[in-house]
Design a protein around this ligand. Sequence first.
Ligand code: GDP
Length: 370
Amino acid sequence: MSHIENDPKYKGLAVNNGVVQPPSVNPYLQTQMRKKRKKYTVSEFVDGILKGNRVILSQAVTLLESAQPDHQAKAQEIIEKCLPFAGKSVRVGITGVPGAGKSTFIEALGMFLAKQNHQLAVLAIDPSSERSKGSILGDKTRMEELSRQPNAFIRPSPSAGSLGGVARKTRETIVLCEAAGFDIIFVETMGVGQSEIVVHSMVDFFLLLQVAGTGDELQGIKRGIMEMVDGIAINKADGDNVDRVNVTKAQLVSALHMFPLPDSGWSPLVMTCSAKFHVNIEQVWEMVINYIDFVRQNGYFKKNRIQQANYWMYETINEQLKSHFYNDPTVARYVKEFEQKIFSNEICSFAAASQLLDLYFNHSLPINDD
Ligand code: GDP
């Protein structure tokens, strides 16, 4: 059929008929792959995870990341059954700006731990909009050596949804990984927005990977992070950089002194390392282990995990209430209208919120609705 714009009344260039594009994925392979992916029952999933089967673990994580309600329900059942076997790992949060050397550091430390026969899972939390800017965890080029280790499991950040949603999925992934026998879990974030807070709320040790900088740059470190860290490792302490790293170390040590002793009773340490040249990597890990011993002895380890579990209960409630509210058909119908009214100064934000909430709770129609 000739294109509508080829009608003589249009004076432009002629438009050719389109050509059928070959499929971008080999259809034969696609069917093969579909055939291969077996649908497991909940108990097959749980059995596989408890046996440490990586393929099944991976598929269970995919299930819990899915937005489909039936997948979600199945994933919840799996998580519940895995919970009694979870909790036995050391969970370490790692934050640092892009380029600080997080993946190089995780690879170096991860290889060291893998050689000691630890089972290491590397997870990530980053808001999806930020992840396309270069460093995607799990990217082929990142942690290449570590990703080939049979006792390492690397999983990129869940891509969809709000930070709360992404964080919940990562937290559930931790449960599955622990049930599968992983004894060390790294959760990486590049510290965009509030992501440090959520990572901090799911780990035992929170590490800031820092690079040497001028005093001004150091002042730019979010104040909140300094209050959260259990340790700082200043990376790239190699070559000409060593002097600057030492100056930065002194500055960070004195900056940390300005904060009161954290609830853990542990004074955060500042160390230097070179991830690229494998210098002091083991010492950084020693710091983590010393911390864990310290808080296990003073009872903070357990207390912190209980506090975190409570935090996640409230977070989940908040998140679900919020999504229930915004997905309510009546609310969804009127919310834009209220936005307009705020825009044109017909109503103030508080009255709008109160009327929308009233709509949600009492299904009363908004005032002036006709
Ligand atoms: P990320 O974005 O925080 O994950 O940082 P990367 O691990 O991708 O590292 C960013 C760049 O810094 C890369 O070019 C690394 O090779 C380099 N790098 C990482 N660690 C070191 C280090 O210890 N010393 C030096 N000189 N370069 C490093």
